[in-house]
Design a protein around this ligand. Structure first.
Ligand code: PLP
Ligand code: TYF
Length: 399
């Protein structure tokens, strides 16, 4: 039956972990997937998450189905985390929100909904470069995917002129994907002033913003600061949509906790949109899993636990910042003739190193250091123990 099925390529990011697993070298280093590790290189379950889980077990809750749009306590708190409790989208009852299968599921619900109901075409513009899965999610949803300039390899920074130029010249009312913070893979975000310029150009060209916020708290260590762009666009009276993930900031990767929301024009419009989101979700997975959403709402709904969690997010962000400094210092100590200042100027989980695909291959095959071929380093995999060998390996392939 399946004789004609062709072999597909592995996922550009998750495929790295597969290759890493088969390497027998004891000091191998995996800097592929963006998943946080502690300084011992181990997955990190946040103490606030452990506490929330203990409380949940003690409550002996039932395992009934959630509604189609998920656990209401969770979606309410997810909305205030992203938009703030004072957001006019919330106070004016214009915000529709549904739980989703983490950030990927949120993007997919958004793609499916917009492919059916966005009235001004089916093209979404994504930054170049962007997260490898964006194109696939949106294309499979029935959208056409094009890109706008974002990153300048020569200056190793935001190509703000190219970005504004492209957003002014793409067809009016196109959809535009924006990384709310901690851009993946470049680690380069617009400044607040640059966000204001982006909003102005998008207003003028009547573009529709699709925010992807997979790293709230990870960019600056402050969840409110990281939501600046999203909140600013709402203040500027944009209607927009948002995909949220709790994989990174709560370390709930495998629990698949996320939300998709839309800022609509009125409470009445919100109701109609809500009915159509349910029609998208029902044949996809019927209703979302409850456990992870309960963990997240237990944390966000308890003032003390919430404060503890935000401290833990900052702790993760700070460890990554410390590793950036150490990696740069080590490369400079080795006498590298290149500039490595971008390692410390970039933010979030990733360092877009500028290494060529050939250098990445050398790292992998000669030094057992694994990263994606675009030169992206997941800083979360760097530790005080492996940073010296990492710097030596990078030095060896770049000099
Ligand atoms: N969007 C971006 C930019 C990401 O980097 C990721 C990966 O974490 C996601 C969305 C979605 O991830 P998840 O489905 O694990 O929440
Ligand atoms: O970019 C990353 O590494 C994370 C994790 O298909 C990830 O966003 C990577 C690939 C993928 C799903 C999640």
């Amino acid at each position: 039956v399946f004789a004609k099925v062709t072999q597909g390529p592995p996922d550009a990011i998750l495929g790295i972990t597969e290759a890493f697993k088969t390497d027998s070298f004891a000091e191998k280093i995996n800097l592929g997937v963006g998943a946080y590790r502690d300084d011992a290189g181990k997955p990190y379950v946040l103490p606030s998450v452990k506490e929330a889980e203990l409380r949940l077990v003690q409550q002996m809750l039932d395992k009934e189905y959630a509604g189609i749009t998920g656990v209401p306590a969770f979606t309410k708190l997810a909305a205030t985390l992203a938009y703030s409790p004072e957001s006019k989208a919330i106070t004016e009852d214009r915000l529709m929100i549904t739980q989703s299968i983490s950030g990927t599921g949120a993007l997919r619900i958004g793609g499916e909904f917009l492919a059916r109901w966005y009235p001004h075409g089916k093209t979404i513009y994504v930054p170049s470069p962007t997260w490898a899965n964006h194109g696939a999610v949106f294309r499979d949803s029935g959208l056409e995917v094009k890109s706008y300039r974002y990153y300048d390899q020569k200056t190793i920074s935001l190509d703000i002129d190219g970005l504004l130029d492209d957003l002014s010249s793409i067809p009016k009312k196109s959809m535009v994907l924006l990384h709310a913070c901690a851009h993946n893979p470049t680690g380069v975000d617009p400044t607040p002033d640059q966000w204001k310029m982006i909003a102005e150009v998008m207003k003028k060209n009547e573009l529709f913003p699709f925010f992807d916020m997979a790293y709230q708290g990870f960019a600056s260590g402050d969840a409110d600061k990281d939501a600046f762009a999203l909140r600013y666009f709402v203040e500027q009276d944009f209607e927009l949509v948002l995909a949220q993930s709790f994989a990174k900031n709560m370390g709930l990767y495998g629990e698949r906790v996320g939300a998709f929301s839309l800022v609509t024009a009125s409470p009445e419009e919100k109701k109609r949109v809500d009915s159509q989101i349910k029609i998208v979700v029902r044949p996809l997975y019927s209703n979302p899993p409850v456990h992870g959403a309960r963990i997240a709402s237990e944390i966000m709904g308890d003032e003390k636990l919430n404060a503890q969690w935000l401290g833990e997010v900052k702790g993760m962000a700070d460890r990554i910042i410390a590793m950036r400094s150490l990696l740069r210092e080590n490369l400079e100590k080795l006498g590298s003739s290149r500039s490595w200042t971008h390692i410390t100027s970039q933010i979030g989980m990733f360092c877009y190193s500028g290494l060529t695909p050939e250098q990445v291959d050398d790292l992998r095959f000669k030094h057992s250091v694994y990263l994606t071929r675009d030169g992206r380093i997941s800083m979360a995999g760097v530790t005080t123990k492996n940073v010296t060998r990492l710097a030596e390996s990078i030095y060896a392939v770049t000099e």
